[in-house]
Design a protein around this ligand. Structure first.
Ligand code: ADP
Ligand code: MG
Ligand code: MG
Length: 877
């Protein structure tokens, strides 16, 4: 069994086995890029080791020893001698990139003896800098000794000697190392002098880091399965900290915040590894490298292009320069904001690098949400008090209360507050707090600092390097000039401009931008499913049309009864003592509704619109407070006691299972009659004005074929009479039904005989299938998902196994009866990408969702179509 692959052996397609980092190091080696040689221990070893520790000694060790020997030959260096030192990095790397979540150790192989040997070919300061870093990283990763303890020792020693560590004499360096080793002892640990022991223990620690808290949180957040494991990359070291002809940097081949086509990144001279991302020293923009190290810069520009051409996507590249010589240490598809993702995808199509179809797979539906989400109101911004400006690390607009720690962020968040996490800089330990924050602000760090990278990945608005701020995390305060803010104060963060404001600023929805329209137009070309909207107010209908809805899948008529005037008439109707009183109320309601439908049809123009007849139980329209009941009685000229009694009688034990939907239509046909009357009289006006309309009328909550027949019968009679009365040539219209009861799914073939169309009401269908009340599921769903009893809330993501099976049966049965019948899905899951993929698979005609979810749904239906056509969707690294 081969547990280890040299970089020469792997390819980019081996991500599952070698991890993303390992597979790409192999790919770059293959492409002939200057990658320091090394090898990768597979992800399978990680999982085997985590299950059975003895595997390491009995099987893996031997292959590691052999691989080191090969590395010694390749580099012409030795892992054990005191001359010509082979030092290595031990780097984690899972299939999906988890930046900073697991651990890396650099300069491994140094010990008290070898460091002296090292000084002979390098400088004293440099050799000991490497050794200190090793002790510190090893202590942290292998034994969990906090890094800060070592920083403190270093600082104290520097203070005592009154000079920086790079001016220490040999004996002073050794004293400091002795202190570091003492710190291990203080934790009942010993730093091993044997390079092999270091290597073995470091490898095991990287395996174990797959299980550390921040890796777990990150996996959960990004839906990365546990069973994948991490690979371990052992790579010969190159030294960016060996003088001013050396350095290290991180560069994106395009701007990851805006997508602009320029190299974007930072470097530090005389620095190693994490120095750039850690935000300890402020790095310089990559463009400045051109002057400082022109040859290395030119090489870098060249290789960056090679990598982008090869991967056909924006790359995030880590490099190190050792004495003027450039090395590439990592490449991956760069994480980017939604805006950048869109710009880059469109540009790559224009540049002829990728196809439109591929562009559609480069943006996730979640990213679309970020593109249409709020920005600050321009006018309000002008009046707001700007307190500081930092780097615009991740766009967006957010207001919240200031907190200074991840824990406080969680606490405030749990009490329902929106929080802004303000820190000097963030580190992977802060991840849980960052997740719950509306925005992140750091006083230090650049555009590629931890805060910036993580925030962009999450779509959270973020400002970094806001140097005007002095953040005192311990005393929970931040100073900005004269101004002192403490925990709980309110800030507004504009991640697009990098501006920080005092107090709340109102937000508005971002303009529906041209780039997005272009992408979504391509999406519509490949889509098989159509996207309609759930909307009934003119405002929502307009939004839906603007966002590209192909029609309205659900217009809920009950929403039209909630205005004060209307609800009174509705109440008059429900509580009527005489037919006359009922008729008066109906007459007034019909006038209201006529106007509503007139405006609605005018808004949607020639697009189809499904209007659902009244659905909720009557008592939802009635007051329950004694005060309100008394007022109502007075208005209706009735006795409060009588009204109270009537309301009491209308109350139901299980209203959701009660007297509602078509059941109301059957007991009180006058309501549905009034509704179709309003619909058709409004249509008469519109026909007169030259509009063409094919009305789609939907009857809710059907469980029996006879129910449908009965309601349909009196609706048709009413409609016929209306045409006759108006003396208008009848137009064709459709009467369909909502499928929202399990029984309806099972008899869908019979219902299809009578219905012109179907629309699955997945909210009720889920409620009725699970027996979960959709209004009360919040009380227990978290326990269910935490205890892994259910993966997610079935009202948000369709339960494909159960509810999905019912829908599948219903679609098949309906199509047997009526092959071309129009079938749609309305309900929350109609806008959920994961559920959309399922609906595409079973062949429904459209999904319908709330207006703001339409752009994302349009992309999701396109991606579903591409997946069906087997256009490979690249996995993000
Ligand atoms: P992460 O996945 O957190 O980025 P890496 O494994 O990439 O961790 O390593 C952390 C840092 O160490 C990076 O800046 C990387 O460039 C640097 N590094 C890793 N291996 C080497 C090496 N062989 N020589 C020099 N620097 C290295
Ligand atoms: Mg890295
Ligand atoms: Mg319903």
């Amino acid at each position: 069994m081969q547990f280890i692959y040299d970089f020469e052996e792997g390819r980019r397609t081996d991500k599952a086995l070698l991890g993303g980092k390992g597979a790409n190091l192999a790919e770059m080696t293959h492409l002939g890029l200057p990658v320091p040689p090394g090898f990768t221990i597979t992800t399978e070893c990680c999982m085997t080791y985590l299950k059975e520790e003895t595997f390491f000694d009995t099987q893996l060790k031997k292959q590691i020893l052999e691989a080191i020997q090969r590395l010694e030959e390749k580099t012409n260096k030795s892992f054990t001698s005191r001359e010509s030192l082979l030092l290595v990095s031990v780097r984690s790397g899972a299939k999906f990139s988890m930046p900073g979540m697991m651990d890396t150790i650099l300069n491994l192989g140094l010990n008290d003896q070898r460091v002296r040997g090292f000084t002979r070919t390098t400088s004293l300061a440099f050799a000991y800098d490497c050794y200190r870093r090793l002790l510190q990283m090893y202590g942290d990763v292998v034994f969990g000794i906090p890094k800060e303890e070592f920083y403190e020792l270093l600082e104290k020693k520097e203070q005592a000697l009154g000079k920086p560590a790079d001016s220490f004499f040999l004996n002073e360096q050794e004293e400091l190392i002795a202190l570091y080793k003492q710190q291990f002892i203080a934790h009942q640990r010993v730093f091993p002098q044997d390079p092999f022991e270091q290597l073995f223990e470091a490898t095991k620690a990287v395996f174990r880091s797959w299980n550390n808290q921040r890796a777990k949180v990150y996996r959960e957040l990004n839906h990365i399965p546990y069973h994948l494991g991490t690979a371990v990359n052992i790579q010969s070291m190159v030294f960016g900290n060996s003088g001013n002809q050396s350095g290290t940097g991180v560069v994106f081949t395009r701007n990851p915040a805006t997508g602009e086509h320029v190299l974007f990144g930072e470097f530090l001279l005389n620095a190693q590894g994490e120095d750039v991302v850690a935000g300890i020293r402020t790095p310089e923009p990559i463009a400045d490298l051109k002057e400082k190290l022109p040859t290395a810069y030119a090489d870098f520009v060249h290789y960056a292009q090679v990598l982008e051409d090869h991967y056909k996507d924006m790359q995030d590249i880590e490099f190190t320069i050792e004495n003027g010589q450039l090395y590439i240490l990592q490449t991956r598809d760069g994480k980017r904001t939604a805006k950048a993702a869109l710009t880059i995808a469109l540009d790559l199509v224009t540049e002829g690098v990728i196809t439109k179809e591929t562009a559609l797979t480069r943006i996730s539906p979640e990213m679309i949400d970020q593109l249409i989400h709020p920005i600050f109101d321009e006018q309000a911004i002008k009046e707001a008090r700007l307190i500081a400006t930092g780097l615009p690390a991740s766009p967006g607009a957010a207001t919240g209360v200031v907190v200074f720690t991840a824990d406080a962020a969680k606490e405030f968040h749990n009490t329902g507050k929106k929080v802004i996490l303000v820190r000097q800089e963030t580190s992977p330990e802060d991840i849980e707090g960052m997740v719950v924050s509306e925005a992140i602000v750091t006083s230090r760090g650049g555009m590629t600092s931890h805060a910036a990278v993580v925030a962009r990945g999450m779509g959270t608005c973020c400002i970094t390097g806001c140097e005007a701020l002095t953040v005192d995390e311990q005393n929970k305060q931040v100073k900005c000039g004269e101004l002192v803010l403490t925990e709980g104060d309110i800030l507004s963060v504009d991640g697009t401009s990098g501006n920080l404001f005092l107090n709340e600023i109102p937000t508005v929805i971002a303009e529906n931008n041209d780039d997005l329209q272009r992408l979504l137009a391509w999406a519509d070309e490949v889509a098989e499913l159509r996207v309609r909207a759930n909307a009934e107010t003119v405002l929502d209908l307009t939004t839906a049309m603007d966002f590209g809805a192909t029609g309205i899948g659900l217009a809920r008529t009950e929403h039209m009864f909630f205005g004060a005037e209307r609800v009174l008439e509705m109440r008059r109707l429900i509580l009527a003592d005489s037919d006359q009183e009922a008729q008066d109320a109906l007459d007034r309601l019909v006038t209201f509704q006529q106007e509503d439908f007139y405006q609605m049809y005018q808004t949607v123009q020639d697009k189809p619109m499904v209007i659902r007849l009244l659905d909720p139980p009557m008592h939802e329209f009635l007051p329950h407070e004694p005060n309100e009941i008394r007022q109502l009685a007075r208005k209706l000229g009735k006795s409060p006691l009588v009204v109270e009694e009537q309301i009491r009688r209308l109350q139901e034990t299980n209203p959701m299972l009660g007297h509602r939907g078509c059941r109301l239509g059957i007991t009180t046909p006058a309501i549905y009659q009034m509704q179709v009357c309003a619909i058709f009289t409004s249509i008469f006006r519109l026909l007169d004005e030259g509009q063409t309309i094919v009305p789609e009328i939907m009857i809710p909550l059907i469980a029996e074929e006879e129910e449908l027949l009965h309601v349909k019968q009196f609706l048709i009679e009413t409609i016929d009479a209306l045409f006759e009365e108006a003396g208008i040539e009848p137009i064709s219209y459709e009467i369909g039904t909502m499928i929202e009861l399990p029984r309806a799914c099972l008899i869908a073939d019979d219902l299809a005989q009578e219905a012109d169309f179907f629309s699955f009401g997945t909210n009720d269908l889920t409620q009725m299938t699970y027996g979960f009340s959709r209004d009360d599921i919040g009380k227990f769903i978290n326990s269910y998902t935490e205890k892994k009893i259910m993966k997610s809330d079935p009202f948000q993501h369709l339960d494909q196994k159960g509810v999905g099976a019912l829908i599948r049966i219903a679609v098949e049965k309906a199509r047997q009866t009526k092959p071309g019948m129009l079938i749609g899905v309305c309900g929350e899951v109609g806008g959920d990408p994961e559920s959309i993929a399922f609906f595409a698979e079973i062949g429904v005609d459209y999904v319908s969702c709330s207006p703001f979810r339409i752009p994302a749904a349009r992309l999701a239906v396109a991606q579903a179509a591409l997946a069906n056509k087997k256009v490979p969707i690249p996995v993000t690294q």
